[in-house]
Design a protein around this ligand. Structure first.
Ligand SMILES: [Zn+2]
Ligand SMILES: [Zn+2]
Length: 379
């Protein structure tokens, strides 16, 4: 069963590092066994897309269709698929492990030992296989989460992101009433603040360096929002915590400075989660090892999200304990991708998340429209 589909579609195609175009002659994919075809409604772009488009992501081969933060409607099913149905509204969790290796059997799809081997069943959607900056995309059903009916397509595009933020807090084993410091006021830091609050953490402190960015994040409900660098940052955060270190520090900035601050801001016996996107060549220096060892810190890295966590994260979005709408600063049709890209890369007009609409500005489903009772703004 499927709706009638065109044979070609519009998609962003990257052919070489930093060389991309919107093309209208890309074949519409046919869903293979275990896959569903999605009509993509909303796709955002993030800093990782910059690495992908620049040719700096090791697993990506050109030509490539990027896009890994998206939501859409199921329009066709591959052989053997009954987990979703045509017409379902779904968000996508982008790490699909092979399901066979030791790490996948622990649920750690993001650590799959068959990474980049589609013949083994691995797919990193928008990274090693085509993504959502296209009118249609075929994805394994393991990646799909049905969207709660109150969520818009744009909110659904945060399916993967909310899983990443929730996982970082769970790596820190946050308990109700514990203090949490989040470092890095990007989209993930913003999500982490709200997830921490949703889990009952208090107080929650957000630390960044740019006052103009932090000023936009008042709505998060952090108990303190601090723009500072170096020693002053440490002093001000400790003051906000009543002169103590934090029970849990979550770093989402991806810099050496932020990682160092995270370690120095934890209380003795506290937990430190380094979750910011990083890459080869960034080193951690300037930390006295006794801070970690004699401080008895639990220090862990957190990479992306394991199998299925986004489904739980979507419940936080559905009840608006985590509200992603203020993070969406711009909207463009897919045909204006070049302008959307420049807006994001140059952070024009305070851009945080730039939303692409492959099928034009989507009409929201009736439930979402009534639930939002006129608070939606025009695009
Ligand atoms: Zn991303
Ligand atoms: Zn695997």
């Amino acid at each position: 069963m499927s709706v009638s589909l065109p044979t070609t579609m519009r998609a962003v195609v990257v052919t070489a590092p930093d060389c991309f175009a919107v093309r209208d002659d890309v074949p519409v994919p046919r869903p293979g066994p275990g896959q569903a075809l999605l009509r993509v409604m909303s796709t955002t772009i993030c800093a990782t897309d910059q690495k992908i488009v620049a040719g700096q992501f090791p697993g990506t081969r050109f030509p490539h269709i990027p896009g890994h933060e998206f939501a859409g409607e199921v329009v066709a099913l591959g052989p053997g698929v009954d987990e979703v149905a045509v017409g379902d509204r779904v968000g996508v969790e982008v790490h699909v492990g092979c399901g066979r290796c030791a790490r996948c059997r622990e649920g750690l799809y993001q650590l799959c030992e068959n990474y980049g081997r589609p013949e083994k069943g691995h797919a990193h959607i928008g990274f090693t296989v085509p993504g959502g900056l296209a009118e249609y995309v075929a994805v394994p059903v393991q990646a799909l989460h049905r969207l709660p009916p109150t969520l818009s397509w744009d909110e659904g595009a945060f399916t993967d992101n909310i899983g990443i933020a929730l996982y970082a807090l769970e790596r820190g084993r946050v308990q109700a009433g514990e203090s949490v410091v989040v470092i890095g006021p990007g989209a993930f830091g913003a999500l982490a603040v709200q997830v921490a609050r949703a889990l009952g953490a208090a107080p929650v402190v957000l630390l960044g360096t740019r006052p103009e960015r932090l000023a936009r994040l008042d709505y998060l409900g952090a108990d303190a929002v601090i723009a500072a660098r170096g020693e002053a940052a440490l002093e001000r955060v400790r003051a906000a915590l009543g002169g103590r270190g934090a029970d849990v520090v979550v770093e989402f900035a991806g810099t050496s400075d932020a990682a160092r601050q995270a370690i120095l801001l934890a209380r003795r016996g506290g937990r430190v989660v380094l979750a910011g996107a990083t890459g080869p060549g960034r080193e951690l220096s300037g930390v006295d090892l006794s801070v970690i060892v004699r401080g008895h810190l639990d220090l862990c890295g957190s990479l992306a999200n394991p199998r299925g966590i986004s489904g739980r994260g979507l419940q936080l979005l559905a009840r608006r304990s985590v509200d992603v709408r203020p993070l969406i600063t711009h909207h463009f049709p897919l045909g204006a991708f070049a302008e959307a890209w420049a807006t994001f890369v140059e952070r024009r007009d305070g851009a945080i998340r730039v939303m692409l609409h492959p099928h034009g500005a989507p009409a929201e489903p009736p439930v979402a429209a009534s639930a939002r009772s006129g608070e939606e703004t025009g695009r």
